[in-house]
Design a binder for this molecule. Sequence first.
Ligand SMILES: Cc1cc2nc3c(=O)[nH]c(=O)nc-3n(C[C@H](O)[C@H](O)[C@H](O)COP(=O)(O)O)c2cc1C
Length: 274
Amino acid sequence: MLRFVVDVETCIGCGQCASDCPAMIIDMNKGIPGIDGDKEGYCIGCLHCVAICSEGSVSILGHGPQDGLELPGKMPDPEQVELLIKGRRSVRKYQDKNIDPELIDKMLEVAWHAPSGHNDRQLLYTVVDDKALVDALRTEAFAGLEKLIAENLLPEGMEMFIDIIEAWKSSGRDILFRGAPHLLIVSALEESASPLQDCLIGLTTFELYARSCGVGTIWNGLATLTITDLVPSLQQRLGIPENHRIGYAMGFGYPAIQYERTINRGKPQVNRVR
Ligand SMILES: Cc1cc2nc3c(=O)[nH]c(=O)nc-3n(C[C@H](O)[C@H](O)[C@H](O)COP(=O)(O)O)c2cc1C
């Protein structure tokens, strides 16, 4: 049941909701928007009808205008967004403290707004929100990796993990997690429309919002590889369902460093079609 409700007192019958509906299931036959019962199954739950209504007259799936933030005149200006995008860096030095759980929840809630294929939103945000747990995870990861090495089962091309373990043991240098006190691993239901893409977009969204909150992030290929391929028992340990495809792991925390400026990346490679 979609529970498509229109406030007939305020609806001006402009039809914007109908024309913006990607599933094209809203009709204006009666002068106000409606959805035929037999078309309800085509709704993808994008809530464009709620978002576009200038009068705040529409609600669907239990969500109405009161659940959102007003947009006109409120968007950050391009200069601020440019600064956010260019000012994001991979952080590899972190303060040794946990982030307030409320801020973590807020960052996840914002990241949950990332687009997903077919609006499936079959993502799972697995969060390690206590630095002591990251420590425990590192110990388990290294134990698993050492077992692989001892049994000569470390796949070819993965020899760097020998050095990574050695760096941790000899000097406490954490190349695996880059000293991040928290980890976010995003996975998606394997049979969703675009599991991998959805995970990466979710993490990208998380990363940018985190930056605006003063939280640093690091895309972590080494941790991802460890969980997905080398020590797969970690997937269960982390409570990630078997039928989920792991997209990527990201470390995050308060940075122990500060970047003073953006850099020049040069011109983008563009293939302009004429
Ligand atoms: C998919 C992906 C995987 C990455 N994996 C690692 C990693 O395992 N360890 C690490 O220190 N940095 C990792 N990075 C960070 C890149 O090295 C970094 O993004 C790049 O050097 C550019 O620096 P910047 O992010 O500060 O602009 C990864 C980045 C991406 C996008």
